[in-house]
Write a protein that binds this ligand. Structure first.
Ligand code: SAH
Length: 210
């Protein structure tokens, strides 16, 4: 179930469904998604579906992880990247293999702790973790070349836009019952917004959970 062959099949399917960035496909092929799930769910790890990780949260669908990562890297390398919504840590692990440094914020403490252990086990050391409400980003470490949110706000928090470096881009699902991925690029003149795929994410929620 967790064999190399099932992973190959998943990656072939992602390529068929339009993922073009070879580096992203290679990282998805080599990252053990089953380690980011409870044992009861692990046998479904290489299906292209979102899966529950507890606390009413989900590990995003592989196609969505690949697509968001591809959009983030589209305009060139991203050295410092902020992630909102660590969750299982799977998207974090993918990013950590493609950029220099990842700063990741999660509001639910036990999820963050588990993610931290998994990434340590995979020897991914270029990640810094923060237990906080991601609406406010992580200003002390900004600005960022890229920001990726894996939870959806109704409207984009101003703080995230302000923490983008010039040339930086934000990839974020936006909306309530109908959501779209948005890609916001910062230039010296202002912000340029592109609306891409229809998606379905858990909401960006206020406050933190111990
Ligand atoms: N990238 C994750 C997806 C997790 S689902 C993965 O691959 O597993 C979205 C995550 O965003 C959840 O863990 C949820 O707790 C978190 N989240 C929601 N609102 C948040 C907020 N305001 N600040 C930080 N994290 C938040």
């Amino acid at each position: 179930m967790t064999s190399q062959r099932t992973r190959e099949r998943l990656v072939a399917r992602l390529a068929e469904q339009g993922i073009r960035n070879q580096a992203v496909l290679d990282v998805l092929r080599s990252t053990p998604r089953h380690l980011f799930l409870d044992e009861a769910m692990a046998h479904r790890a290489y299906e292209d579906i979102a899966l529950p990780i507890g606390f009413q949260q989900t590990l995003s669908q592989p196609w969505v992880v690949a697509r968001m990562t591809e959009l983030l890297l589209e305009l060139g390398p991203r050295n410092r990247v902020l992630e909102i919504g660590t969750g299982s840590g799977y998207q974090t692990a993918v990013l950590a293999q493609l950029v220099d440094e990842v700063f990741t914020v999660e509001r639910i403490r036990p999820l963050q702790e588990r993610a931290r252990q998994r990434l340590r086990q995979l020897k991914l050391r270029n990640v810094r973790y923060r237990h906080a409400d991601g609406h406010f980003g992580w200003a002390e470490e900004g600005p960022y070349d890229g920001i990726l949110s894996t939870a959806a706000p109704e409207t984009i928090p101003e703080e995230l836009l302000q923490q983008l470096a010039p040339g930086g881009c934000l990839v974020i699902p936006v909306g309530g019952s109908a959501q779209h991925l948005q890609v916001v690029t910062r230039s010296h003149e202002g912000f340029d917004t592109r609306i891409v795929d229809a998606v379905r994410f858990v909401p960006l929620r206020p406050g933190t959970v111990k």
